[in-house]
Design a protein around this ligand. Structure first.
Ligand code: NAD
Ligand code: TYD
Length: 359
């Protein structure tokens, strides 16, 4: 079996669902259930003996040691993290605690467990750390995309904390020999994406008749990947990646934020037109830019294609349509994640009263 951390979040829950749909190997899913963790994402696994959920913290070394001793996983896949740049600007404490200290404690528990395994299990064991392209910093408009050799230049508290965790993972391989794999992926989108991030926030706000808040000029570029493609890449790296190596994962889909929001409006106009006959575009508004806002991310995903034969299955056109269709089909999920804590966040980020008014 494998141990997943953060498997009730956006990417982790998609990974658990895809993993159990693709094979039979059981999963132990450790998640703290912060505001971003949601067991409703895993409702379809109720009664499935292959999925064991444990509520807990990756920083709880005694708990991790107990889980490793009890379940003897052949691999750990570490998704658990604080993941939202804007929240890291408002306060970085939780990012340091989970992304850095939590990863350190998880590595130490993994090392203790791995070092005592019989040699065949020891050779086969893997610690896969899920990271982000944001550790590489911001690209000039015409600069080549990030390769695995790109210098680390994190600019936000979030990306700095992820960069620190990547360095710890690297060091545990070089110093202790732990068989680690690191993946650095571009921006994901798809089902179960918490509506604090750009794409789900815009879909949810559009349908609620609220403002669509674009930071600054909206010409920042991100490289978008449909979440199930990220999951298939991680499965492939786990299966065939070389210990100690880093694999960049991306969708070859560079888009400005303005392009994203206009595409979302066009598709929503087609799939669920506004009752007042207006385009959702009329809800677009420009708001104050994010401090330290990175201008452009782009992933060069040729290494994972060359060495492991992985390529994304979805184009942006197919992935974004599926995503909108999913949100239209799951209004109850959206309502359930828009808890009190979510409303407090919207008010803090977009201004007092924004939660009621529409951010
Ligand atoms: P998310 O915020 O949706 O989910 C994070 C999950 O981790 C939640 O379920 C939360 O409850 C859990 N968690 C937080 N702190 C924990 C702790 N101390 N112990 C155990 N569980 C804890 O994040 P996501 O978007 O699913 O991202 C997952 C991983 O992928 C992160 O490591 C992130 O850095 C990385 N990543 C995300 C993207 C993206 O576009 N979302 C892109 C590249 C990489
Ligand atoms: P986000 O989804 O927060 O991902 P990240 O910052 O990790 O790339 O944001 C994606 C882009 O969208 C980023 O350039 C910031 C921008 N953005 C907005 O313009 N308005 C918003 O309300 C949000 C949440 C993001």
């Amino acid at each position: 079996m494998i141990l997943i951390t953060g498997g009730a979040g956006f990417i982790g829950s998609n990974f658990v669902l895809d993993w159990l749909a693709a094979g039979t190997e059981p999963v132990v899913n450790l998640d703290k259930l912060t505001y971003a963790g949601n067991l409703a994402n895993l409702a379809s696994l109720q009664g499935d003996a292959r999925h064991t959920f444990v509520q807990g913290d990756i920083g709880d070394r005694a708990l991790i040691e107990r889980l490793l001793a009890e379940h003897r996983p052949r691999a750990i896949v570490n998704f658990a993290a604080e993941s939202h740049v804007d929240r890291s600007i408002h306060g970085a404490e939780d990012f340091i605690a989970t992304n850095i200290v939590g990863t350190f404690r998880l590595l130490e528990a993994a090392r203790g467990h791995w070092s005592q395994l019989p040699s065949d299990e020891k050779t086969a064991f893997r610690f896969l750390h899920v990271s982000t392209d944001e550790v590489y910093g911001s690209l000039a408009p015409d600069a080549p995309a990030f390769t695995e050799e790109h210098v680390y230049e994190p600019n936000s508290p979030y990306s700095a904390s992820k960069a620190a965790s990547d360095h710890l993972v690297r060091a545990w391989h070089h110093t202790h020999g732990l068989p680690v794999l690191t993946t650095n992926c571009s921006n994901n989108y798809g089902p179960y994406h918490f509506p604090e991030k750009l794409i789900p926030l815009m879909i949810v706000n559009a349908l609620a008749g609220k403002a669509l808040p674009i930071y600054g000029d909206g010409r920042q570029v991100r490289d978008w990947l449909y979440v199930s493609d990220h999951c298939s890449a991680i499965r492939r790296v786990l299966e065939a990646g070389r210990p100690g190596e880093v694999y960049n994962i991306g969708g070859w889909n560079e888009k400005t934020n303005l392009e994203i929001v206009h595409t979302l409006c066009e598709l929503l106009d087609e799939l669920q037109p506004c009752a007042n006959g207006q385009s959702y575009r009329s809800q677009i508004t420009h708001v104050t830019d994010r401090p330290g806002h990175d201008r452009r991310y782009a992933i060069d995903a040729r290494k994972i294609e060359r060495e492991l034969g992985w390529r994304p299955a979805e184009t942006f056109d197919t992935g974004i349509r599926k995503t909108i269709e999913w949100y239209l089909a799951h209004p109850d999920w959206v309502a359930s994640v828009q808890s009190g804590a979510y409303r407090d966040w919207v008010a803090a980020q977009y201004g007092a009263g924004a939660a009621e008014r529409g951010a």
